[in-house]
Ligand binder design. Structure first.
Ligand SMILES: O=C(O)CCC(=O)C(=O)O
Ligand SMILES: [Fe+2]
Length: 277
């Protein structure tokens, strides 16, 4: 499924971009269509008059920003709802995902991280739900050996603030974290984690923000340092994330593949040694 070069790139860089990994018509379009319908359902529920053209995959989210201007909490309702779209769950459990996991982690036994999948809606000029520089493991747990699957639903340009990555940073191993972000007290749960000595740590690495389009896949190691970009455009950045982990990895095996914040587990109880505060 992957050339030796791609596998060794992934092993040294901690990430891999696979253009055109999914099938647009089969895998992506039905998700965009379902989001379009859901936006209509929410607009009707709150009696918000929206005028939009019939479904067009290039602007499936038309009117979403109008809805959150009426009330930001309607955006939260849409966010919670879209991760339950059947076509999205089909993508999460697409056999290609476990195949690629096995190709990158030979000898592994792949699992889908429950509660570790969703569709991010990074709203323009909003900070509260942006992910700080982080490694996936403290917020997701399950196992130290895991991969983040990141795939956009829109054409991502610099303005929408694509996910930022520090290549090779996975070599740090698990980095201790603070569990409150004193810079922004609005941030809760996984969003409030801050890497110890973040500034100096980040300086050690190059930063890249890969552009991507629907059907592309960005894969990241669970220990790769990455962060949300800042959306300076007038459209929300819609992107899908899900995580696979390896049942066979020792740390996960020992704690029984416990989940992270989204499963109601506080990682402080599982890994007190990774907690600075
Ligand atoms: O896309 C983003 O804003 C952050 C994504 C992220 O942290 C993840 O996919 O694990
Ligand atoms: Fe992440």
């Amino acid at each position: 499924m992957l050339s030796k070069d791609k596998i060794s790139f992934f092993n040294s860089e901690g990430y891999l971009i696979i253009p055109n990994f999914y099938d647009f018509e089969k895998d992506i379009l039905p998700i965009q269509k379902a989001i379009y319908e859901l936006i209509g359902i929410v607009a009707r529920k709150y009696k918000i008059e929206i005028s939009r053209a019939p479904f067009d995959p290039k602007k499936f989210d038309e009117c979403y920003t109008d809805i959150i201007k009426v009330n930001r909490s309607y955006g939260g309702e849409i966010y919670d709802a879209v991760k339950q779209i059947p076509a999205f769950i089909r993508l999460v459990s697409n056999p290609k995902n476990d195949e690629i996991f096995k190709a990158l982690r030979p000898g592994s036994s792949p699992a889908v991280a429950a509660a570790g999948y969703g569709i991010r809606i990074n709203n323009p000029f909003e900070d509260k739900y942006r992910a700080n520089w982080h490694q996936e493991y403290p917020s997701q747990l399950r196992s130290l050996d895991g991969l983040v699957f990141w795939s956009p639903l829109i054409n991502v340009t610099v303005d929408e603030g694509p996910v930022a990555i520090c290549p090779k940073s996975q070599v740090e191993g698990p980095i201790p974290v603070y569990t409150t972000d004193t810079r922004n007290k609005e941030k809760q749960g996984a969003y409030s984690l801050v890497l110890r000595d973040e500034e100096n740590l980040i300086k050690k690495y190059q930063q890249i923000s890969p552009l991507s389009q629907p059907t592309d896949l960005i894969i990241m190691d669970f220990l790769l340092i990455h962060a949300s970009g800042y959306n300076k455009s007038n459209r929300a950045l819609w992107s899908m994330q899900f995580r696979y982990f390896n049942y066979l990895e020792k740390t996960g095996l020992n704690h029984g593949w416990k989940g992270g914040f989204a499963s109601g587990v506080d990682f402080r109880n599982i890994h007190p040694e990774l907690c600075v505060d």
